[in-house]
Write a protein that binds this ligand. Structure first.
Ligand SMILES: Cc1cc2nc3c(=O)[nH]c(=O)nc-3n(C[C@H](O)[C@H](O)[C@H](O)COP(=O)(O)O)c2cc1C
Length: 380
């Protein structure tokens, strides 16, 4: 304990919060009976954070928990091929939260048990999705509009689970006239929810504006015992620290920031615990992530799916790989596995040569705009 003279000159509440934050980072995050290795969670991003990608982020380090895309209870219970693909997982993809959506309590109960039997370590209920297809079925952030019904639903789901913790992911409210998250979070805790994730936007905001840290802090203050995870716009270790410091949250969930930097969890955990951000992966290491992602997709889905997915995903990976036109442009029309390997190998050869030249002072670093395609192809 610091004595009065040694305390920094801060308002009492801020001082207490900082001490609590430091202390809470030393204490592992617990969700019911599950203890996470780090308080950093890979967000569910429908169409992006499937097992093929989760394995990439986990291999980089620092991921305490990852979440599947939102799953339809109906489709889970019918075990449709698409949902089996979305729910696919393996031993290295652990611990895993499976997220369900919808407004039909009987189906949600059955699907929660189904997910438990399929090895989910956590079951999450989506209370934040703003997409019409979901809200029109009374799911996603529509659940924020009728708190009594939502709490009743959660009570029933919590009762049918044998041992798996139940969690909920919310937005602040439907719009600024009905900010329900603090009161709802408190009631969900009483109903048996063991962790709340709060995305600091309203449904009406969708993904515009900035995530509101004060809104997240209100949810943190509202619950009694369970951890609250802050979410929204964390794109760097410094953003994550700001989220912890300003809201007092027990953990941070990262979504879009991980798509271009799957190593953000490793960097953030290092920064939070040592103050040091590790050197970024080398171009070869980044390229190996792209390769691994493609091969994972071939294994978990098909070569065709891998081709289609990498055409789309390359622009995310490219954000930290410039100059990389010779990777990005041909990848948009990649045909098959052999063509994929050829594009990666050519780019790696060209880029290694280019970087050696820059290091030796024989040429300046090319900006993406100046990067000549002919040179890239010639160097392959
Ligand atoms: C394309 C897209 C798909 C998403 N899919 C889901 C989803 O399936 N379930 C969910 O709870 N949130 C979903 N989200 C919201 C994210 O999990 C997260 O709350 C949001 O992106 C804010 O975090 P970020 O700024 O770190 O990305 C999705 C977001 C995007 C952009």
């Amino acid at each position: 304990m610091l004595d009065g003279d040694m305390r920094p000159n801060l308002p009492q509440a801020t001082f207490v919060r900082i001490c609590y934050n430091l202390w809470s980072r030393m204490v592992p995050l617990r969700i019911g009976n599950l203890t996470l290795a780090t308080p950093l969670i890979l967000a569910p991003i429908a169409g992006y954070c499937d097992v093929s990608f989760r394995l990439i982020a986990r291999a980089c380090g620092g991921v305490g928990l990852a979440v599947t895309d939102l799953l339809s209870p109906d489709a889970c219970l019918r075990e449709t091929p698409k949902t089996m693909e979305l729910a696919a997982t393996c031993e290295e993809d652990s611990p895993l939260s499976m997220q369900l959506y919808g407004g039909d309590v009987r189906k949600l109960c059955d699907a929660a048990r189904w997910a438990e039997d399929r090895g989910a370590h956590v079951i999450d209920i989506n209370m934040g999705c703003p997409v019409d297809k979901v809200t029109k079925q009374d799911g996603g952030s529509k659940l924020l509009c009728d708190p009594d019904r939502t709490v009743g639903m959660v009570e029933q789901i919590a009762k049918v689970l044998k041992h798996t913790p139940l969690t909920a992911k919310l937005r602040l409210g439907w719009d600024d006239t009905c900010i329900v998250a603090p009161a709802l979070a408190r009631r969900l805790e009483e109903a048996g929810v063991q962790m709340i994730t709060i995305h600091g936007r309203t449904t009406e905001m969708r993904f515009t504006g900035e995530a509101r840290l004060d809104g997240i802090a209100e949810v943190v203050s509202a619950v009694k015992r369970i951890p609250v995870i802050g979410n929204g716009d964390v794109k760097s270790p410094q953003d994550a620290k700001r989220m912890f410091d300003k809201t007092g949250c027990a953990g941070v969930m990262i979504g879009r920031g991980a798509l271009s930097q799957p190593w953000i969890f490793r960097d953030t955990w290092s920064y939070l615990t040592t103050g040091i951000i590790p050197a970024p992966p080398t171009i070869t290491e980044k390229l190996n992530m792209v390769r691994r992602h493609f091969y994972n997709l071939c294994e978990w889905r098909s070569e065709r799916a891998a081709v289609i997915e990498l055409r789309k995903r390359i622009s995310w990976y490219s954000k930290t790989m410039n100059p990389c036109r010779s990777l990005k442009e041909p990848m948009r029309t990649v045909r098959d596995r052999a063509h994929f390997d050829e594009i990666c190998d050519r780019f790696e050869a060209w880029r290694t040569f280019h970087d050696d030249e820059v290091r030796a002072g024989r040429r300046p670093m090319l900006s993406p705009r100046d990067e000549p395609i002919e040179e890239m192809q010639a160097s392959g």
